[in-house]
Design a protein around this ligand. Structure first.
Ligand code: HPA
Length: 238
């Protein structure tokens, strides 16, 4: 039991998938896991543990933004002996070269956030994915002939802003899209020597205002969920 997760010791698997939304976590569990058990519902942030093709996996929610994923990922790594966290989420594309439903495997998260510096003394405004999950996601996508963009993304604290200009840090690192959590996840994993990757589906194209509709969202996210679970299965084998 940690401050924000009420699972008992041993109730969380070594590999955790973290969507932002608790109901999306439940949807993935209902769609893919066998023998799933709800192990924490503190603050309605549900965590479930079950099996995927015989491998134990936990799925929970990160909430939105670096502060929230910073808390959950830190407690998972330090209080539940989690080895690997794969964030699965959505992003807004900064370029119309990306299309709705495209998949991104984040190579580097660039951010104006002070999280890494003030939490762990990590300097600089960009942090790479950590450990071997990124490569396993990449090779799994290739085996399944799934198109996957491996690139830098902007991890922002801001969803609503007064201008549509691309922020300087995103230009500096040639970020193709924006989301809100990867930087803190990668910072925690780097500091703790753990594994972290982040897999995203493009849900909106910022310059053209195209968006995945609410009805499309559940179906639209299935390829990402499949890929994350297949990668988790392979990670567990190694
Ligand atoms: N900004 C930040 N995060 C996001 C966006 C966005 O436009 N779309 C999906 N996640």
């Amino acid at each position: 039991m940690s401050i924000h997760i009420s699972a008992k010791p041993g109730e969380i698997a070594k590999i955790v998938l973290l969507p932002g939304d608790p109901l999306r976590a439940k949807y993935i569990v209902d769609t893919y896991l066998q023998d799933a058990k709800l192990v924490s519902s503190t603050r309605n942030i549900y965590f479930y543990t079950g099996t995927y093709k015989g491998v134990q996996v936990s799925i929970g929610a990160s909430g939105m933004g670096c502060p929230s994923i910073g808390i959950y990922s830190y407690e998972l790594y330090t209080e539940y002996e989690v080895d690997c966290i794969i964030r699965i989420g959505t992003c807004g594309a900064y370029t119309s070269d990306l299309k709705l439903f495209d998949l991104i495997n984040i190579e580097v998260a660039a951010s104006e956030s002070t999280y890494a510096k003030y939490a762990w003394g990590i300097e600089g405004n960009a942090i790479a994915h950590q450990g071997k999950a990124f490569d396993i996601i990449k090779s799994t996508a290739a085996e399944n002939a799934l198109q996957l963009n491996c690139c830098a993304i902007h991890c922002s604290d801001i969803f609503y802003r007064s201008t549509t200009n691309i922020p300087a840090v995103a230009v500096q690192h040639n970020c193709l899209a924006v989301e809100m959590e990867a930087f803190a996840l990668f910072a925690n994993a780097k500091y703790l020597g753990k594994t972290a990757a982040a897999l995203l589906t493009v849900s909106d194209i910022i310059p053209t205002h195209e968006k995945i509709s609410a009805d499309q969202r559940e179906q639209a996210l299935l390829p990402m969920m499949d890929l994350a679970l297949e990668a988790a299965f392979k990670l567990a084998e190694r």
